[in-house]
Design a protein around this ligand. Structure first.
Ligand code: ATP
Length: 803
């Protein structure tokens, strides 16, 4: 099969990673891989010039003769085709008559042509909006150009417009083939051979506006850019006691505004799907902000989606909001329109992993596609890559925009995924001072503590829990320094305003340590009684889970523990059993990606250098494996798989062969990721020394240990948003279980089962799993889950790395 990939519509971070994954997986599956420059426009223009034949050599510039054993290797035969890199600065002036790409839009590419693309924003192969492709003649020309190059499969990465175009193109394809035959452009053999076009879509859109998928390529990075900007604005807003109105993208979809609002601790948001319900948005907004100012807030942040409007569809613009804040509340107000800043920059970790997984799946879809299978778009549901009928996704997406246009906001909301609705409810709950009180006899004294190492998002979760308590009339009790602190009565009553800035803070505001309640179980129970603790939220990693397990097991002996208790997993190691994600793991991956990008640059700049990078993670290889996938590392070592002498020997041989195939003078740095506990014998230092010794004149090696930098500084927006959503669910669980326990006559541990739970993300569901069930799924000795969902990704990372 010959697969071509194109990017179309607005660019988004992660498109390069998608192209890279399609090319690499295509080659590995024995296909010829091509890229189309400038989206559909390139398809219509096609190739008016033959390729520079001297460039068309798989091992062009290869300084060494290929060993016999490698001559049949698919990867080696497809290393490079001379035209790439395509659009990097200074190398892509295709208007230059002598440039090899002049007059060529559909280009064969090889493995090394897409090397290093993962970490780069935008799209190297260019994107465009093509009016010609909207015409039948344009699409006929596109079909002719594809057939001319022998291409029978197409991957389109773009928004709903691009995908609609793709579907149209495919459905018309047989007609185009007939016309081309009638015009004499193609012969009978080609009619036979190119009877149908295989097509698959990848959703590249920063708005996250596509139905039937949780996330679109580019949306996570756009969210990063927005949150970075608002984090910066926050400090100056507080200094001057100013209000800032921040306009973000999102014509028909408020996802960016909503999630940015949650993650940045904004005061008010305007999104197209849910305009303020009252007659006057001005009054509604001013009432909320005035209340915030009355309790002493010094800064105000209002986020306005580009497509925001009131309930009668009158646009609400940032300048309108500014005017109201200045005139009605007398606030010194500034407007910041983020504009194209949101599209730009290096992709965050998730925008490398997601397009990679989806690009791989796209190739698999093409390989199994027949004339009768529908066109699919590749989506994601939590962490499962999915295939969704392309037109169903497009029509559902357009339905949401239509519902907004018809003022049917309920319908518009129902067309978003459940996370959207939950996030909006969560935002409303934690950004308001209005009360939604529970009856007096249901009010609880809720203890909140951190246990284990700090992880990004802990503070955001704590802030949410505390604000939820204020909303419902419960008393929040902050326990400082975990169980040790509890034994010393280090307990405070945090206020609504006191936690205002916690959303963006890394580390642990409450203080944390690894001490478990078994240090003095009787003492801990006594403190639960002294402080009349009615419910407990523990935020932390494997220790926090172990602490909950101990408390649950002690319930028969200590009545003080017969209360609802919940553990919210937060650890960079992501080793809590049963849950796919812990808070902090996304922040950590981003810290790793940032560090590795810098290391890789230095590795390439100084000499041909292999960096062996050591990651944290305890006996869980999650960070190393996902980090390898996100950074394009060539090798990864995890504790689950370990390292043997044989595997190490093969790995060294592979790295040597790989460097031997590089074009002289154009070698780049390579990364090897090693989890700190992957092996007691084959340490990072030893592997580095072996590589150095074996590298000879081909390459050098160095090591770097990322250590605690992986805890990250400021938590990632994804961790903050996830913290809010999960913390809200934990609090609702505590309320519900408190009522249930009150009604129980039998308060044995068995009867209480389920009231001590761990909140877990399992595929597309959030499950509050009884702590005893979590224990069953745990490898207690190695402190990790038994069957992690990501184990296959280690192999995928190495496969795409070239091994
Ligand atoms: P974004 O979300 O950034 O706007 P998009 O893919 O929706 O991305 P569009 O401008 O709508 O962007 O579409 C990109 C290109 O896809 C168009 O320029 C056009 O070439 C093609 N296209 C869109 N809709 C159609 C259609 N109905 N028929 C044929 N081609 C189409």
């Amino acid at each position: 099969m010959k697969i071509a990939v194109l990017t179309s519509g607005g660019d988004s971070a992660g498109m390069n990673a998608a192209v890279r994954a399609v090319v690499k997986m295509g080659i590995l599956r024995g296909c010829e891989t091509w890229v189309v420059r400038e989206g559909y426009e390139g398809l219509v223009k096609g190739n008016t010039k033959a390729p520079d034949t001297h460039n068309y050599s798989t091992t062009q510039g290869n300084p060494i003769n290929l060993p016999e054993s490698l001559k049949d290797d698919t990867l080696v035969r497809n290393l490079r085709f001379g035209d790439g890199p395509l659009l990097r600065d200074g190398e892509g002036d295709t208007s230059d008559a002598s440039h090899s790409l002049k007059g060529r839009y559909i280009i064969r590419v090889g493995w090394d042509d897409v090397r290093g693309w993962m970490g780069e924003g935008g799209t190297f192969i260019g994107t465009a909006r093509s009016t010609t492709f909207r015409t039948t003649e344009g699409r006929l020309a596109a079909a002719r150009n594809l057939i001319k190059e022998g291409i029978d499969a197409l991957v389109v990465c773009g928004g709903d417009g691009s995908l609609t175009g793709a579907d149209k193109f495919r459905s018309e394809w047989p007609d185009h083939v007939k016309t081309l035959r009638a015009n004499g452009d193609i012969g009978d053999e080609e009619v036979e051979k190119y009877g149908h076009l295989k097509i698959v879509g990848l959703v590249g859109s920063i708005d996250n506006d596509m139905a039937l998928t949780d996330m679109t390529i580019g949306a996570p990075t756009a969210l990063h850019r927005i949150c970075e900007a608002i984090d910066n604005i926050n400090t100056t807003a507080a200094s001057h006691s100013r209000a800032f109105v921040v306009e973000v993208m999102g014509r028909h979809c408020g996802w960016l505004a909503l999630v940015a609002g949650i993650s940045s601790g904004a005061d008010f948001i305007f999104i197209p799907e849910r305009p303020p319900s009252g007659d006057s948005w001005e009054e509604e907004m001013c009432a909320t902000i005035k209340a915030h100012r009355n309790v002493g807030k010094r800064k105000t942040i209002v986020i306005v989606a580009e497509g925001a409007h009131d309930k009668n569809l009158n646009p609400i613009r940032a300048d309108d909001v500014k005017k109201v804040l200045a005139e009605n509340l007398g606030l010194d107000t500034r407007v910041t329109t983020l504009g194209h800043v949101q599209r730009g920059g290096r992709p965050c970790a998730w925008d490398r992993i997601l397009p990679t997984l989806q690009g791989v799946e796209a190739v698999e879809v093409l390989l199994t596609a027949t004339q009768d299978t529908p066109s699919y778009v590749i989506g994601i549901s939590e962490n499962k890559v999915t295939r969704v009928p392309l037109m169903e996704a497009v029509l559902k997406t357009q339905e949401a925009a239509k519902a907004i246009g018809e003022k049917d906001f309920e319908k518009a909301m129902s067309l978003r995924d459940s996370e959207f609705g939950e996030s909006l409810d969560a935002f409303m709950a934690i950004s308001t001072l209005d009360k939604r009180l529970v009856p007096d006899n249901q009010r609880l004294r809720v203890a909140i503590m951190h246990v284990g190492a700090a992880a990004g998002g802990m503070n955001a979760a704590t802030r949410t829990a505390i604000r939820f308590c204020h909303l419902r009339g419960h008393t929040p009790l902050s326990i400082h320094n975990g169980f040790k602190g509890l034994l010393h009565d280090h307990i405070t009553n945090p206020s609504w305003l006191g936690v205002d800035n916690w959303m963006t803070r890394g580390g642990s505001e409450l203080g944390t340590n690894r001490v478990l309640p078994s240090i003095d179980m009787g003492g801990v129970a006594a403190k639960f009684q002294t402080h009349s603790i009615d419910a407990l939220l523990i935020i932390g990693g494997f220790e926090a889970f172990s602490a909950l397990l101990e408390l649950d097991e002690a319930r028969n002996s200590y009545p003080a523990f017969r209360i609802p208790m919940v553990h919210l997993p937060a650890t960079i190691s992501n080793n809590v059993p049963l849950t796919d994600y812990s808070l902090g793991s996304d922040t950590s991956l981003n810290a790793l990606v940032d560090a590795c990008d810098a290391i890789k640059q230095s590795a390439s700049a100084s000499r041909n250098r292999v960096f062996v990078v050591e990651t944290q993670g305890g006996k869980c290889g999650y960070i190393a494996a996902l980090g390898a996938l996100a950074t394009g590392a060539v090798l990864v070592y995890t504790p689950e798989v370990g390292i043997s002498l044989d595997s190490l020997r093969n790995d060294v041989k592979f790295v040597k062969e790989r460097y031997g195939l590089d074009v002289r003078g154009k070698s780049e740095g390579r990364l090897v990721l090693r989890n700190e506990k992957a092996s007691d014998i084959y340490t990072t230092e030893l592997i580095t020394k072996i590589l150095k010794e074996e590298g000879g004149s081909l390459f050098d090696s160095r090591s770097a240990s990322l250590g605690h930098t992986l805890q990250g500084g400021i938590p990632s927006p994804m961790d903050r948003a996830r913290a809010v959503r999960l913390s809200m669910k934990c609090m609702a669980f505590l309320e519900e279980q408190a009522v249930r326990i009150k009604g129980l006559k039998d308060k044995t541990r068995k009867a209480l089962k389920g009231s001590a739970a761990v909140i877990t993300i399992q595929g597309s569901q959030i499950v509050l799993a009884p702590v005893s069930d979590v224990e069953e799924a745990a490898d207690m000795k190695n402190r990790r889950g038994m069957d992690p969902w990501w184990s296959e990704l280690k192999n995928l990372a190495e496969t795409l790395g070239g091994k």
